[in-house]
Design a protein around this ligand. Structure first.
Ligand code: HEC
Ligand code: HEC
Ligand code: HEC
Ligand code: HEC
Ligand code: HEC
Ligand code: HEC
Length: 415
């Protein structure tokens, strides 16, 4: 025992030593320009590149984004690392090069990439290797190459699961019937046998009585329990649905996920909901906005094909509306988002975590009023409010709330 363990430890120690030596070697090699040149890094980089970048980039030609050939000469590794992880941040910071790039490629944008510093070095290693050795067959030539392979793996369809359960149930019933029939045939056969002991004879004489089972207390109790649970759930669900639509999360015609787009890829809400800062309505994006990316990303996915079909037939995607105030009420996004400085999440919940959007707030008049009573007006630096604040402060020390600027007046919210 203990000898085996020592051998294992020894092997482990050896591996550690080799590992250290190996990475030290790689480091030494990479020190020139910071980009590694060893085989392992290049092939790791190739895999990372085709998995994350190939839908928009090729090394030697422009696809959705620029050709990445020589990119390490255009910018240094530190800049590239920052940009690849958070392109919009670099662009927003006013970096001249990034802004020029953005202008050249807009309206397409590069989403944040979830890659580590080391993975970025590996990707650059691959890009550099491919730049220096152009004859190498570039598997990433086909935009979106290899995407079909994991298109199906995205998640098990719940209908499929239900189907499997149904088939299993049917199988179980069939097995049960076969067993009962077998038992009856066997006991008939045994009854005709001679020389059974008294005990055995008594046992064989027992009959399987389905009616007795169905009438038994245990079965009746169990069945009524299930019945009561189902009825209770239906009634409770029904009560919650009356008038209030909170939690409403209809299935949409395309499996569009905010968790993926706004959460994982951190695409700005305003990129799609273009109205939030300018108008009353937030706007649902048209298919053209989707096409800024999906003319090259996941082109073969059946869900993406639905976008192409909508554009081909020149008709909008039939999104099901979730939030909907009655016509008598007036609500304005830009007033709350731009002027009031309120985050989307305050009213809509954590959209970045939602696969399917659901209505987070109750959207009753009480809800609007309650917030107007509690919330301070974001008056700082807003010339429009300076006079009002002055007047307000001459009367009271309490901060100026929305109700103080007319947020409880019927006519402000009702036409
Ligand atoms: C959805 C498409 C898309 C994906 C995916 C994407 N990019 Fe980009 N990339 C762009 C666009 C578009 C630009 C041009 C800048 C802009 O408009 O944001 C760009 C610019 C760049 C630049 C600057 C190029 C230059 O000429 O200076 C680098 C470097 C880069 N991307 C690397 C990557 C890497 C590495 C990956 C994968 C880990 C990746 N990108 C994934 C679209 C994409
Ligand atoms: C890539 C485009 C895109 C981005 C980015 C995006 N959305 Fe959406 N959003 C949509 C589409 C398409 C719909 C309609 C389909 C649906 O409800 O999922 C929608 C629906 C919604 C709805 C429900 C609208 C209704 O019918 O009442 C809300 C609320 C919403 N988005 C908020 C947000 C917020 C908040 C963010 C940022 C965190 C965000 N969205 C980012 C495309 C986007
Ligand atoms: C800024 C780029 C961008 C925009 C704009 C965009 N998407 Fe996406 N979308 C992506 C990326 C990146 C993926 C993930 C691709 C992957 O997993 O390989 C994706 C994935 C998807 C998927 C999943 C596809 C599948 O087969 O799993 C759907 C559906 C989708 N998007 C629909 C939309 C719709 C509808 C719109 C317009 C309202 C839209 N997208 C706008 C970048 C974008
Ligand atoms: C003060 C609360 C509040 C804030 C903050 C808010 N919304 Fe809304 N949003 C609403 C209400 C209320 C509705 C329903 C409007 C209606 O039916 O007229 C709505 C509806 C929507 C819709 C459906 C389409 C439309 O225009 O009616 C989208 C999309 C949406 N919001 C996105 C956003 C995004 C993105 C943000 C952040 C930039 C945001 N909202 C911030 C309260 C809010
Ligand atoms: C999360 C808090 C919040 C909620 C919820 C909210 N509001 Fe507001 N609302 C504000 C703030 C803050 C302002 C002040 C914006 C400004 O500085 O002009 C405001 C301003 C307004 C104004 C302009 C008032 C004026 O005197 O100029 C109207 C109209 C309004 N809201 C309607 C609504 C309606 C309708 C709802 C419900 C559907 C609602 N609001 C829900 C925070 C909220
Ligand atoms: C901050 C915005 C706001 C203010 C101020 C406001 N309301 Fe409302 N009101 C709403 C919204 C949103 C609805 C629709 C949601 C609902 O039915 O609860 C509504 C609904 C109503 C309804 C219809 C109720 C129903 O069940 O259909 C009446 C009546 C009404 N308001 C009267 C008033 C009167 C009177 C005042 C002034 C004292 C007033 N409201 C002030 C936002 C407001």
């Amino acid at each position: 025992m203990s000898i085996g363990r020592s051998v294992t430890r020894f092997r482990f120690a050896l591996m550690m030593v080799f590992g250290l030596l190996f990475s030290a070697g790689v480091y030494a090699q990479g020190a020139a320009g910071g980009i590694p040149t060893d085989e392992a890094s290049i092939s790791a980089g190739q895999a990372l590149f085709s998995g994350n970048c190939a839908s928009c980039h090729a090394v030697d030609k422009k696809v959705v984004g620029p050709a990445l050939k020589n990119v390490y000469d255009r910018r240094d590794v530190a800049w590239l690392t920052k940009f690849i992880k958070h392109p919009q941040k670099v662009i927003d910071s006013g970096d001249e090069y990034a802004v020029a790039l953005y202008d050249q490629f807009k309206p397409t944008i590069m989403p944040n990439q979830e890659v580590s510093d080391q993975e970025i070095l590996q990707i650059l290693a691959y890009v550099k290797h491919t730049t220096d050795n152009p004859p190498v067959v570039d598997e990433t030539e086909v935009p979106g190459g290899g995407e079909g392979s994991n298109a199906q793996a995205a998640g098990v369809d719940s209908n499929l699961l239900l189907g499997i359960i149904a088939v299993l149930m049917v199988l179980l019933v069939v097995v049960l019937v076969v067993l009962i029939v077998l038992a009856q045939v066997l006991s008939k056969y045994l009854k005709q046998q001679q020389g059974l002991s008294e005990e055995d004879q008594e046992y064989v004489a027992q009959k399987f009585d389905l009616m007795a089972v169905l009438k038994s207390q245990a079965f009746v109790g169990f069945a009524s329990f299930i019945f009561v649970v189902i009825v209770a759930k239906t009634v409770i669900d029904g009560l919650f649905a009356i008038g209030v639509q909170q939690g409403y999360a209809p299935d949409q015609p395309i499996n569009f996920s905010h968790k993926l787009h706004a959460g994982y890829y951190e695409i700005d809400c305003k990129y799609c909901h273009t109205g939030v800062e300018k108008s009353k309505n937030a706007n649902i994006p048209s298919a053209n906005i989707c096409m800024n990316c999906h003319n090259s990303i996941r082109t073969t996915s059946p869900e993406i094909q639905k976008i192409y079909k909508a554009i081909e037939n020149n008709e909008p995607i039939q999104w099901v509306r979730i939030h909907n105030l009655p016509d008598l009420a007036y609500f304005n996004h830009s007033q709350h988002v731009k002027v009031g400085g309120i985050e989307c999440e305050t009213c809509h919940g954590d959209i970045k975590e939602m696969e399917i959007v659901q209505q987070h707030s109750i959207l009753t008049m009480g809800w609007c009023i309650d917030c107007h009573r509690k919330t301070d007006v974001a008056a700082k630096g807003n010339a429009y409010y300076e006079k009002l604040v002055e007047i307000h402060e001459s009367k009271t020390k309490a901060p100026m709330k929305v109700e103080d600027i007319g947020g409880l007046e019927c006519a402000k919210c009702h036409y």
